[in-house]
Every structure is written in C-alpha cells, then in structure tokens.
Design a protein around this ligand. Sequence first.
Ligand code: 6CS
Length: 313
Amino acid sequence: EEWKFAHEESPGDVQDLYAQEFKRLVEEKTNGDVTVTVYTYGQLGTENDITELTTAGAVQFSNASPGHLGTFVPEIQVFGVPYLLSQDNEVNKEVLSSSPTIYEGLSKDFESKGLKLYTMYPEGEMVWTTKKKVTQPSEFDGVKFRVMTSPILIESYESFGADPVALPWGEVYSGLQTSVIDAQVNPIFFIESAKFYEVTDYLIYAGQQQYTTTVVSNAAFYEGLSDERKDMLKEVKSELDDFIYEAQQKANAEALDRIKKAKPEIEVIRLNDEQRAAFKEASAGIGDSLVKEVGGDTEEVLKALRKEFGTEM
Ligand code: 6CS
C-alpha cells in the first residue's frame, strides 16, 4: 500500500523533515506494508493545489498551513490573528499538539470539508524581511507586502499600514527582485532556504506571529483505516510532536547564523515593547472582524485559544 504525503516546502525544510520522519516511522511500524512517498513544493502544485488533491483523495496526507487555507477552512484563520500565539514557544508547542479547542473544536470544521486534522506544529517566529527600515506602522506606508493567500492576512497587513499582496511562495523571490513586492514575512529557516534575504535588506522581529502548519488527511481514507492503523498514526503523531519542535528550533537558529555570514550587511532589528505595542494596537480589531466574517464557532474558538496561549486582551 502506498500513501502519498505532499508538503509546501523544499527538501530539507521543516515540513520536509516532518514528512521524512513520518515516512520512516510509518514504514517501520507497519513492517513495510505501507510505503510513504513524499512530494515537495511544486512537484504536485502550489499550497492550494495540494489541499485540493487531498480532499479529492489523490493524496492521503498534506501540509495545509492556516496562512493558505483561509478560503477553504475559514475558521483556521484564527491562527493568522496578530499576537495570538505566546512569546514562549514551549506554550505554543503544548497548545498546538494537544489543545481540545483544536482537536475537538476546529477539527469539525475540517471534517465538514472532507479533511481529517491530523496534527499542528509551529515552524518558528515569523520575521519581516524588507527593503526599507520599518519600526512603526506609518513606515509601512506604500510598502507592497507579500502575504500568504488567507484573507485575514490581507486585513492584518492593511491594519499595520502596508499594501498587502497575496501570492504563492514560489513567486516571492522574483517578486522581490523586480520590486513587484517590497517585503514578505516567514520564519528564518525559510528566509534562508528560499534566499529571500538576498533580495531584502532588513530582518525585523515584531513578535507578531509564529508560523503554524497543519497536517491533514483525506477524511474518508482516514476513517476507512483499521483501528490498529489509527492507533499507529496516533503514536507517530505524538513522537513527531517532540521531534519537529526540536528540529524547527535548530533549523531556525542555524539559519540565522548562515544568513549573517552570507550577508554581513543585513540589518537585524528587534522591535522593543513600545514599538510592538503600536502594531498590536493597530491590529487589535482583526480578531473581531474575523469573528464577524466567518461566524459559526469562531468567537468561542478565538477566546478559548487566547486563554490557552495566555494572550487574553
Ligand atoms: O510563505 C509561504 O507561503 C510558505 N512559508 C513556509 C514557511 N512554508 C510553506 C508556505 O507555503
């Protein structure tokens, strides 16, 4: 039996490390009865294409990051609300791996779209890379800022004062090079691997968001598995919770060193509390507007997650 696992990144990136370790564990635990084939970004299409392939059952597992899933599972956009996640990544890890709000609440929104929410994990703090120094919202004026394709991200970066542009990531390097866009946001490991630092001049830490991703499965496929296989997959999930948390930390730390070596003139800016407060205040209404636009259980989900992350307003 062959299971296909498609993700959104390049070989060696965090999602690839996850998928490769998933493959190793599943093949080991099924004594080779299951073979997992991993597809990296572009092999089966863009972020949105692989979600479609998973709902269609052509792919059994895929990464579907909240940043790209917003038009398909609108409720998952809560993870795009600025300053929702904790500054303490241990807290983020705990919540993402075992929160009842995620695995009992949000998972129903996935099921209604034919997807089983298998797991969530953090990929690191999201850092702005820009061509212009930005330390306060007014300096975002006229900055064409690339975001992922979920609608809430457009709203968030508008509230910060920028001109957001939604694109798949494959278009970001050339977009920066030709000044179709002036800035983008991603975790450091990805900024290094996709070489976005080559075409920008500032790395700005605004403490605004952690990159989160989900791994989803085709719901009918998952439901059709034997109890033994389902138990095996739960075991694999909990082993991978620790594995990927450590792997992303290491990947991000090493990537920052490599960026500084490759481009010593890059300016690394960490916004102080006062500067962060200005962006926080500018985007304070985003949670409420998401609740209005998406409705359903979004209000309860957002409230419950703020409590779990310890970021109540
Ligand atoms: O910026 C993006 O679109 C991509 N960023 C990461 C870290 N993973 C995949 C995603 O598509």
